[in-house]
Design a protein around this ligand. Structure first.
Ligand code: AMP
Length: 420
């Protein structure tokens, strides 16, 4: 499990603020649901014969004998929660969520056993317009982060559940005829989940997959029309994409259009976002048939991409707005009183008061450690209460200025409002 340090938290806060703004401005509302769910929920939704369910879930029996798992992804829990609370009953719903997910994968750069996602799901809309809206939303998020040129959209049509059933049978027959060229894991999946063999990285499997009958030949006219309309909508929105016939996704609930946003900057773990339609899932989990679509973004990979490309803006770093120090180093009730007054006057600013005394130079170093903007220096004269403070802008070199202590708030407000 990876620790998330303060600097990373500041970056994540920035990402969360941006995502919340982009999703919120399109009518998506935040939903929260538990990290623990019944294991059965994930088996029924993601699929029994998938890597996630077969080998990556953290599952256990609790003291009451219930089989529960840490959520490996968000869609299943989101559908369960939305359905249980009547959010899907006879209406459309646009939802987003965020939080940790857990998969017991081999840890490496960009792949963790506890990772975080921003997820988004839309329910009750069957047309390609909602797919285009969701993809456009992700594109707007990349633009806002300055990543528009660093991420590419890959798209595929995996057909309806019925199309896939038909195609899986044909693919299974083909794969069985070349079973001796496949690795043992793939051989075991010829009947249970032949589609997953198509996106395998194993060289032998890849060779066999290259010559496999193409899914496009087995798609229903409805799937073909839906996908074609989505491509037109994306073109109209100015969103470029490449079609990747081997993109099948690792979760069984997807149908029709699926996609991934990938980057060349992060090495092997190149997918930053994955999504698609999942029209059968709500009914499969006991609800009324409800068309649905959504995506999930990997927050660690996104943060890594921003850092690698040097695209982090100043507000993605922690900054104290005001740091109060006391010359003479004495522990001072006056500096605490000033901090209290400033916090009341500027409730949204970060006002930090030096604690523990120390030499002036050490105190100033602490202010720099906190990336402070304004240094407020209080001079404590022997036996007399301080009457004035010196203000220094640590991000902007101007002559320090003096202000009477009881009126310094006004000057501090003026200096902070000057954007750098
Ligand atoms: P998925 O739920 O598998 O479609 O994944 C959606 C996104 O979550 C991926 O594109 C990655 O960015 C991210 N992701 C998935 N698994 C991991 C992991 N083990 N560690 C870090 N990020 C992950």
């Amino acid at each position: 499990m990876n620790d998330i340090l303060p600097d990373q938290c500041a970056i994540w806060q920035y990402l969360e603020d941006c995502f919340r703004a982009v999703a919120g401005s399109r009518g998506y509302r935040e939903i929260r649901f538990p990290l623990l769910e019944q294991t059965q929920l994930f088996k029924r939704s993601i699929g029994e014969v998938t890597d996630i369910v077969e080998k990556e879930m953290y599952s256990f029996e609790d003291a009451g004998g219930d089989h529960i798992s840490l959520r490996p992804e968000g869609t299943a829990g989101c559908v369960r929660a939305a359905q249980q609370h009547g959010l899907l009953y006879n209406r459309q719903q646009r939802l987003w969520y965020q939080g940790p997910m857990f998969r017991r994968e081999r840890p490496q750069q960009g792949r963790y056993r506890q990772f975080h996602q921003f997820g988004l799901e839309a329910f009750g809309m069957a047309g390609p317009d909602i797919d285009a809206e969701i993809i456009e939303l992700s594109a707007a998020f990349w633009r806002r982060l300055g990543l528009a040129d660093s991420l590419k959209l890959e798209l595929n049509n995996i057909g309806s559940a019925a199309d896939r059933e038909r195609y899986s049978a044909i693919l299974g027959e083909y794969l069985a005829s070349r079973a001796d060229e496949l690795d043992p894991a793939a051989r075991g999946r010829i009947r249970s989940n032949p589609l997953r063999i198509l996106d395998s990285k194993h060289p032998g499997n890849r060779q066999v997959a290259r010559d496999a009958p193409a899914m496009t030949e087995y798609l229903s006219p409805e799937s073909v029309a839906h996908y074609a309309a989505l491509k037109q909508l994306l073109a109209a929105a100015g969103i470029g994409f490449t079609e990747n016939p081997s993109l099948v996704r690792g979760l069984d609930y997807y149908n029709c259009c699926v996609y991934e946003w990938t980057t060349e900057v992060l090495g092997a773990q190149s997918a930053v976002c994955g999504g698609g339609r999942y029209d059968g899932l709500v009914a499969q989990l006991g609800g009324r048939p409800t068309p649905a679509a959504g995506f999930a973004i990997g927050v660690e990979r996104l943060a890594m991409l921003l850092e690698t490309l040097g695209k982090l803006p100043a507000n993605a770093q922690f900054r104290a707005d005001v740091y109060i120090v006391v010359i003479g180093g004495a522990i001072s009730a006056a500096s605490q009183a000033l901090a209290r007054r400033l916090r009341e006057q500027f409730p949204d600013r970060r006002i930090v008061c030096q604690c523990g005394g120390g030499k002036y130079s050490q105190q100033v170093k602490r202010a720099f450690d906190m990336n402070a903007r304004l240094l407020v220096v209080m001079e404590q004269a022997e036996g007399e209460p301080p009457r004035q403070v010196k203000l220094r802008d640590l991000h902007n070199s101007f002559e320090p200025r003096l202000a009477p202590i009881d009126q310094c708030g006004q000057e501090i407000g003026r200096l902070l409002s000057q954007n750098l």
